[in-house]
Design a protein around this ligand. Structure first.
Ligand code: ADP
Length: 282
């Protein structure tokens, strides 16, 4: 059984303006995420990615269709508390997520709210801060941290709740390249070493390449899905929907169109370099 099961979900906001009336923000969206899996959700602004994210921890409930989290139906209000403990949501702007004036107090906020005993909170906070490599900053004021560090503290706040899954809604969109790198390597580590299921919503192709599976949204519909290699090899489809592919893939796709013999399109710079070396070696 999938840990997350999204089945034929449609959704519309009540407060959609005149122009958006009758337009489904999610239109028959289905997908599944296995326990321990790392998936990426890609798509333009406005394609419905954040709306999906909010369905995964019962902040939004489908108009029709179902979302199950480890078998729990998100439309059953008696399960909301459990679902939110199992699936943590990290948002784009770290400043909106940090509430306390000291890092470790911030991380303790979630577990305190759900009534965890104080000696266990201490343990959870230390463990969470170590997992995101922010333990040495535990007594600092959040405003003194870089964007990447703040986002890692926000992630620690979620980890301290001991979730099975973390959904990250464009967590690197407001960060500089170093901050992006820090957050991404933290996310990868949480997935590989701690077995936390990850749903990463992003518009960076280079981030999507790191996932085991990629889902591509377009105008509220699921356009395509598969491994990064399966998805990004469909260069024409992605272009038709004004979506990018990784730079390395695009370069080799163009070279192939010029007659260069490239068997399989690369996803990363390293793969691209290796492929070009092979092609150019007489
Ligand atoms: P994405 O995350 O891919 O940028 P969203 O899920 O945020 O997409 O938005 C999908 C559509 O829903 C957009 O057309 C957006 O304008 C609309 N939308 C998002 N939030 C609201 C809201 N609270 N009220 C009304 N419309 C909304």
């Amino acid at each position: 059984m999938d840990f997350i099961s999204v089945q034929n979900v449609t959704f519309q906001y009540d407060e959609q303006g005149e122009s958006g009336k009758n337009k489904l923000v999610l239109d028959d969206v289905s997908f599944g995420v296995k326990k321990g899996e790392f998936v990426a959700v890609l798509g333009h602004n406005g394609s419905g990615k954040s709306t999906i994210a909010k369905h995964l921890n019962a902040m939004l409930i489908p108009l029709s269709g179902k979302v199950y989290i480890d078998g729990m139906d998100t439309s059953d209000e008696s399960l909301t508390f459990d679902i939110r403990r199992r699936v943590g949501l990290v948002l784009q702007n770290p400043d909106n997520q940090l509430v306390a004036s000291v890092v470790e107090e911030d991380v303790a906020f979630g577990p305190e709210n759900i009534g965890i005993p104080s000696d266990e909170i201490r343990e959870r906070v230390d463990e969470a801060l170590k997992a995101v490599d922010m333990y040495d900053h535990r007594l600092k004021a959040p405003y003194k941290l870089s964007g990447g560090q703040k986002q890692r503290v926000a992630i620690a706040g979620i980890i301290a709740m001991k979730p099975d899954c973390i959904v990250l809604d464009e967590p690197t969109a407001m960060l500089d390249p170093q901050g992006r790198e820090e957050v991404l390597s933290t996310v990868l580590k949480l997935n590989k070493e701690n077995g936390i299921t990850i749903v990463l919503i992003t518009h960076y192709m280079e981030e999507a390449v790191l996932a085991e599976k990629v889902y591509v949204m377009d105008s509220g519909k699921m356009l395509t899905s598969g491994t990064p290699r399966e998805v990004f090899s469909q260069v024409e489809l992605m272009k038709k929907h004004r979506l990018d592919v990784p730079q390395a893939t695009e370069l080799c796709h163009k070279l192939r169109a010029c007659g260069v013999e490239i068997k399989e399109l690369p996803l990363t710079e390293e793969e691209c370099t290796a492929m070009l070396r092979e092609v150019m070696t007489p």
